[in-house]
Design a protein around this ligand. Sequence first.
Ligand code: G3P
Ligand code: MG
Length: 241
Amino acid sequence: MTMIIAHRGASKLAPENTMPAFELALRMKAEAIETDVQLTKDNIPVLIHDEQVKRTTNSYGYIKDYHLAELKQLDAGSWFSKKFAGATILTLEEFLQWMSDTPLHLHLELKNNKIDYMYLEPIVFELLNQYNVVDRTTISTFNPKSVQRFSQLSSTIEIGLLTSRKINNLARYAKELGAKAIHVKYRLLNKALIQKCQQEDMRVRVYTVNHFSPMMRCFRLGCDGIFTDVPNKALLYRNKF
Ligand code: G3P
Ligand code: MG
């Protein structure tokens, strides 16, 4: 069955990558949450999508140039709606504390394709171990070198290579890097890709799928998961499928 993964939480109805978006995804009964992780200046993993804070907070500048204490002062909710004023950027640790008491699976995307944060992989891996969630976490990244580095840290954790580009023999390429899954942009999805992945024993997940017919196509083709901003709709449609 295709797993419904709340993309940055239930991000259509609450500010992405914040506690309200994660709590809403859980209430909607999403099976997994996808979130993006980067490092602060003091090497604390925090959950935010863009390398700069401008789009999703009331400030500007790069995550890598902020200490955690400074980032924590920012409002990560008001940009979305006044209703969410005061939501903060979460640390990965705060998220794991919350998640470890839920049945959720975690899709943790290392946002290290533009800025290749040093030590992001070991810092993240240590926290996942500390909170005992390694067996319900999938790591993903657009950065092939980071796939290799993470697979050297752990041969058991599931790692997915993210791509929005067409790559020749993608399944084999990702497998050779140490991935066990590919996470592709919807336009790259087709039957041949699914078949190739089955041959290579690779999982296939698709982002970002928010509408009825692409969702049904993903279910029909047998994708292992979809990343969606509307997990409530996706669950409804999957139940009908
Ligand atoms: O992990 C799937 C998806 O989140 C990848 O793209 O830009 O939304 O992080 P993006
Ligand atoms: Mg992401």
